[in-house]
Design a binder for this molecule. Structure first.
Ligand SMILES: [Zn+2]
Length: 207
């Protein structure tokens, strides 16, 4: 890499892409997380005219409490061997996705263009609105509701949100448990909201 450029991340058609920016560029120090595109077939179109204004934060571990990203990735790509673990039997035939997974090292894996509708929220409602998949971006952190997340995951999440806000007018950030309280508990009590939203509010506020 030349010392005169910084490798940075940008969005193109809703996908993360790598660009080289001059070191003199005012934002060249942002958005330098590692990422990888792993296109999932599990998506469809957002409703016409919908504004993407929300983020839904999840956590995922397969089997539960295992912090390797391999099985969640396999799940989102419809290639999970459901005989690999007894817990996986109930996942047979499930077609799900999120826009992103952030692994324990802070690497960002992208499965669906943010311009498309990923299948992460399910039956959901908050603030008088339903079906959050229509207008939200889904971000899964590898982890579980029983343990803390890694600093590298928060760093990447913050940079990813800052990047997304350059393209989408994101106003709100929700826990999956807040939009589907009867069904979901993620990302759980150990997720630290302070850097991402205003106190006692769903309004995005980045540190
Ligand atoms: Zn979830």
């Amino acid at each position: 890499m030349s010392s005169e450029v910084t490798r940075a991340v940008r969005l193109q058609d809703g996908w993360l892409v790598q660009v080289d920016l001059p070191n003199t560029h005012p934002v060249s120090q942002k958005g330098r997380f590692l990422f990888e595109a792993l296109p999932s077939p599990n998506f469809n179109e957002r409703p016409a005219g919908v504004e993407v204004d929300s983020v839904v934060v999840h956590c995922i571990s397969l089997p539960e409490r295992n912090h390797d990203a391999t099985y969640p990735v396999d799940l989102f790509l419809n290639r999970l061997n459901t005989e690999a673990h007894p817990e996986f039997a109930e996942l047979q035939g499930l077609e799900v996705s999120s826009h992103f997974i952030i692994d324990r090292q802070g690497k960002v894996l992208q499965f669906v263009s943010c311009d498309k509708r990923a299948w992460h929220a399910g039956v959901s409602a908050a603030m008088g609105r339903e079906n959050f998949n229509h207008f939200s971006i889904g971000i899964e952190l590898i982890g579980d509701i029983y343990s803390t997340f890694e600093p590298a995951q928060y760093t990447s999440l913050g940079e990813l949100l800052a990047l997304l806000r350059g393209t989408y007018a994101l106003k709100f950030i929700f826990a999956h448990s807040e939009i589907a309280p009867a069904r979901k508990t993620d990302p759980g009590p150990f997720f630290l909201w302070e850097s991402f939203r205003k106190p006692n509010s769903y309004a995005i506020q980045l540190a």
